[in-house]
Design a protein around this ligand. Structure first.
Ligand code: GDP
Length: 139
């Protein structure tokens, strides 16, 4: 049975460019309910821990630097089939390949600065949500 929650964050460049409201509007209009939400800044070491799965990839250092260069907006989202439906809403990793109407098509600047994160499995959604939020922060 698939879980109905996913984890997302608005990346530093999109927060700095004042796109939080626009992205949250797309998320809510896409049928997602916000279960938890906060703004925070990760250290490079926390970003490294979060993206540990990519530690061997050539862009790992750049990714950790980009994700810790300014505040992010972290959130847990709820919808039936949340993980897959959210991946559809945000679009391809590379904005050049992202479909019209997706968050990345609208707000990504590059394959690296691609506006939002979305969990890729129910298991990772649970792990990533717990990295940022305690039980009393979820409603
Ligand atoms: P996602 O699941 O669509 O976010 O993509 P991945 O899990 O493959 O990659 C995680 C994040 O690493 C992406 O969202 C990008 O911010 C970054 N990333 C992915 N591919 C590249 C790349 O080729 N170069 C750089 N600089 N960053 C990348």
């Amino acid at each position: 049975m698939s879980s109905n929650r996913t984890y997302s964050m608005i990346k530093p460049h999109a927060v700095a460019d004042n796109h939080v409201g626009g992205i949250l509007k797309m998320i809510e209009e896409g049928g997602f309910r916000i279960v938890a939400l906060k703004k925070l800044q990760m250290t490079a070491s926390q970003a490294g821990e979060f993206y540990n799965v990519h530690a061997e990839r050539p862009f790992y250092g750049e990714l950790c630097e980009m994700m810790s260069e300014g505040p992010i907006v972290a959130m847990i989202l709820e919808k039936e089939n949340a993980v897959l439906d959210f991946r559809t809403l945000i679009g391809s990793t590379d904005p050049a390949e992202a479909a019209e109407g997706t968050v990345r098509k609208a707000y990504a600047k590059s394959k690296s600065e691609n506006a939002v994160h979305g969990s890729d499995s129910d298991e990772n959604a649970a792990i990533e949500s717990s990295f940022f939020f305690s039980g009393i922060e979820r409603f």
